[in-house]
Design a protein around this ligand. Structure first.
Ligand code: ATP
Length: 607
C-alpha cells in the first residue's frame, strides 16, 4: 500500500485534476443507482399502500428529475475525466523522460538503467501495471468504498424490522441465525471472486522482473523496424526473422498464461454461480419477511438492490487491495529507476568568465573505468591546454579518445584524479553552466525531422542570419540555396511532405553548423569529416581557423593529414597519452606511434 500511495502522490503532484475528475466521476457513478433504488421503493410502497395521487406524482417527478440530473452530471464528469486522461501514455512517460533528462549521463548509459527501463516499458505497454495501473485502481477504490457506504445505509434496516407475531410461523425469520447465515454466505461470495481474480493476476506479477519475452519482440518489431535508418539492415540481413523468433517466444508465454489461467476461469465461473445462489437466498429471505409484514413490499426492491450492490462493492475493494499487492513488484521497478541519484548536479560554482573567454583546462592524473567494466579506458592521463588552442587527438580504435571527450564534457566523472577548469575541480561547477561551455559533434550525432533552422539552432525560434552564416561556414551554403524553403525546409519527410532527404555528409555539415551556432568556448569534433568527400573535407580544414576563431577546438580524427593545422597533437594508446607535441616534432620520431599511424595512411598516396 505504501508503494501505491507513493504512486498516487506522484500523480497528484503532477496531474491533480486527473485524480480529482476521476474521484468526482466515481462518486456519481457509485451513488446514482441508489437514488433510483430508494425512490422506486417509495413509489411501490405508495402504490401498494395509501395510493395518494399527489404523493405519487411528487415521487415520480422526483425520481425522473433526480435520475436525469444525475445522468447529466455523470456525463459531464466523465467527459472531464476523459479530457484529463487524454494522452495518458504521454503523461505517464513524462515521469520517465523527465528523470532520464535530469539523470547523470553515466546512468543513462548504463546497462542496469536500460534493463530497468525495459522492465517498466514492458509492464506499462502490456498488462497496464506500474504507474498507469494505479489510475484504473483509483476508480475502483472510490467506487467500491462509496458503493459499500450507500449499500449499508439502504440495507441495514433489513435486520432491524421484525416480522410481527401475527405472521405465525414466519416469525422464525426473526431468529439471528438467519442473519448469520446470510452474512456468512455474502462474505463467502464476496471473498471468493476477488481472491480468484487476484490469483489469476498474480501470474503476471511473476514476470515483473523479466524483460526478455515481450521486450525483445518489441525492440525488433515495434522499435527498430519502423526506423528508416534501420530499414536497410532489416531487409538485407532479414532481421525480421530474428524478431519473429522472439514473437514466437512471446506467444509461448501467452499460451502458458492461457493454460495456467484456465482453472482460474473455472473457479471464476463457479463463483459467479455461487453468487447467483446467494442472490436467490436474499430474494427468498427479503420476500418472506415482507410477506410476514416486517416491511412494505416496495422495500423488497431496495433491500435486494442494496445487498447485491454491497457484495459488488466489497468485492471491488478486495480486488483493489489484491491489485496493489500484484502491482508492488512493478512499482518497485519504477521507483528503483526514479530513485537513481543525480550526484552530478551537486556543484554550484559559476563558470563565470564566458564573456572574457579565459579558460585553462587541466587533466591531472585522470584514470577512468566505465561502470560496467573492470578495465581502465583511460589511465593516469595528464594534460593542460589554454583557450584558443587547436588540439588533435589521434590513436587506434578503442584507445580512449571518445572517453577522453566524455570526461572533458563531464558526461562521466573520473574514477581517479580530477579535471580542473581555471584551477577549480569541474565537479564544483554548476552542471548546466559547465555544459554550456561545450559544442560537441559526436560520431553518432542526431538531427531531428524539423526545419533546417531549428536543427542548427536547436530551438523553435532562431536567428536565421546566424544559422545561415554557420551553415555556410560548415560548407552547406550551396545546398542551402537549392532547398525549396531554404532555412525553413524540413529535414526528412516524417512531418512534412516537402521535406528533403539529406546525405550522411550533408547531415555532418549541419551538425557542425549546429556546434558553431551554439557559440560555446570549446568546440569538440569527434571524427567531424568522416562522412565528407575529400573536397568538402579539405574545405572544412582550410576554413577551420576561420570557423573556430578564438575558441578552443579539439578534434578527434583518424585522418592524420587533418591534424597538421593543430598546434598540439596528443596520441592515445590503450588509454594513455604516449606522445604529445606538434606534427613536425612527432613525425621525426620514427619509432613513435604517430609516425606509424601517419605512414600507414600516407603510403598509399606516395609513389
Ligand atoms: N559505454 C561503455 N561502457 C563500457 N566500455 C566502454 C564504453 N564505451 C567505450 N568503452 C570501452 O572503452 C575503451 C575506449 O573506448 P573509446 O570509445 O574511448 O575509444 P576510441 O579511441 O574513441 O575508439 P574509436 O576510434 O573506435 O572511436 C574501449 O575499450 C571501449 O570498448
Amino acid at each position: 500500500m505504501s508503494l501505491s500511495f507513493r504512486g498516487y502522490r506522484l500523480w497528484w503532484k503532477k496531474y491533480p485534476m486527473m485524480l480529482l475528475s476521476s474521484a468526482f466521476c466515481s462518486i456519481t457513478t457509485a451513488l446514482t443507482p441508489y437514488v433510483a433504488i430508494y425512490l422506486t421503493a417509495r413509489i411501490i410502497n405508495e402504490i401498494a399502500g395509501e395510493r395518494d395521487v399527489a404523493t405519487l406524482r411528487l415521487l415520480v417527478w422526483l425520481s425522473l428529475v433526480t435520475t436525469a440530473v444525475l445522468a447529466i452530471v455523470n456525463a459531464g464528469l466523465s467527459k472531464w475525466k476523459t479530457y484529463e486522461r487524454k494522452a495518458l501514455w504521454y503523461k505517464r512517460d513524462k515521469f520517465y523522460t523527465g528523470k532520464l533528462l535530469s539523470m547523470n549521463f553515466k546512468d543513462v548509459d548504463s546497462a542496469q538503467t536500460n534493463t530497468l527501463r525495459g522492465k517498466i516499458q514492458q509492464s506499462d505497454t502490456w498488462p497496464a501495471w506500474g504507474l498507469g495501473g494505479l489510475l484504473a485502481d483509483f476508480d475502483l477504490l472510490v467506487e467500491s468504498v462509496l458503493t459499500i457506504l450507500g449499500a449499508i445505509v439502504l440495507s441495514c434496516s433489513i435486520f432491524i424490522y421484525k416480522v410481527p407475531e401475527s405472521a405465525g410461523k414466519l416469525t422464525v425469520l426473526n431468529n439471528p441465525i438467519f442473519i448469520l447465515v446470510l452474512v456468512t454466505a455474502m462474505l463467502a461470495v464476496t471473498f471468493t471472486v476477488p481472491m480468484l481474480i487476484n490469483k489469476g493476476n498474480s501470474y503476471w506479477a511473476n514476470y515483473s522482473g523479466d524483460i526478455t519475452m515481450f521486450e525483445k519482440y518489441r525492440i525488433f518489431m515495434t522499435k527498430s523496424s519502423p526506423e528508416r535508418e534501420r530499414a536497410l539492415d532489416t531487409r538485407i540481413y532479414c532481421q525480421d526473422v530474428m524478431g519473429k523468433k522472439y514473437l514466437d517466444e512471446a506467444m509461448v508465454h501467452g499460451d502458458r498464461a492461457t493454460t495456467i489461467l484456465r482453472p482460474m476461469r473455472f473457479f471464476h465461473t463457479s463463483s459467479t454461480a455461487v453468487s447467483h445462489v446467494f442472490t436467490l437466498l436474499i430474494y427468498i429471505f427479503v420476500c418472506l419477511k415482507a410477506w410476514g409484514g416486517a416491511y412494505d413490499v416496495g422495500s423488497i426492491t431496495q433491500y435486494i438492490g442494496a445487498t447485491t450492490a454491497l457484495s459488488g462493492g466489497v468485492s471491488g475493494l478486495l480486488r483493489f487491495f489484491g491489485n496493489q499487492q500484484n502491482n508492488a513488484p512493478f512499482l518497485m521497478n519504477v521507483y528503483e529507476f526514479l530513485d537513481i541519484p543525480n550526484e552530478m548536479h551537486l556543484g554550484n560554482k559559476s563558470t563565470g568568465k564566458k564573456k572574457e573567454n579565459q579558460y585553462t583546462i587541466e587533466f591531472r592524473n585522470v584514470s577512468f573505468k566505465y561502470p560496467s567494466s573492470d578495465k581502465y579506458a583511460l589511465k593516469n592521463l595528464s594534460l593542460k591546454f589554454n583557450i584558443g588552442k587547436r588540439l588533435a587527438v589521434v590513436g587506434q580504435n578503442g584507445s580512449g579518445k571518445t572517453t577522453f571527450i566524455k570526461l572533458f564534457c563531464r558526461l562521466y566523472d573520473p574514477t581517479e584524479g580530477a579535471i580542473y577548469l581555471n584551477g577549480v575541480d569541474i565537479r564544483e561547477y554548476d552542471y548546466r553552466e559547465y555544459m554550456d561551455l561545450f559544442s560537441v559533434v559526436f560520431q553518432d550525432f542526431n538531427l531531428l525531422s524539423f526545419s533546417l533552422g531549428q536543427n542548427v539552432s536547436a530551438a523553435v525560434d532562431y536567428d536565421a542570419e546566424l544559422a545561415e552564416e554557420c551553415l555556410v561556414k560548415a560548407g552547406f551554403g550551396e545546398r542551402l540555396k537549392s532547398l525549396p524553403n531554404e532555412m525553413e525546409t524540413s529535414i526528412y519527410k516524417d512531418f512534412n511532405k516537402s521535406g528533403v532527404d539529406i546525405s550522411g555528409g550533408e547531415a555532418q555539415k549541419i551538425a557542425i553548423a549546429r556546434a558553431l551556432y551554439k557559440d560555446a568556448p570549446f568546440v569538440i569534433l569527434d571524427e567531424p569529416t568522416a562522412s565528407l568527400d575529400p573536397i568538402a573535407e579539405s574545405e572544412i580544414y582550410e576554413k577551420m581557423n576561420d570557423m573556430v576563431g578564438d575558441k578552443t577546438a579539439v578534434f578527434i580524427s583518424h585522418r592524420l593529414s587533418s591534424c597538421r593545422f593543430c598546434n598540439d597533437i596528443v596520441v592515445f594508446n590503450e588509454g594513455r597519452i604516449i606522445q604529445h607535441g606538434g606534427h613536425e616534432k612527432l613525425i621525426l620520431d620514427k619509432e613513435g606511434k604517430y609516425f606509424q599511424l601517419w605512414n600507414a595512411q600516407a603510403q598509399y598516396y606516395t609513389t
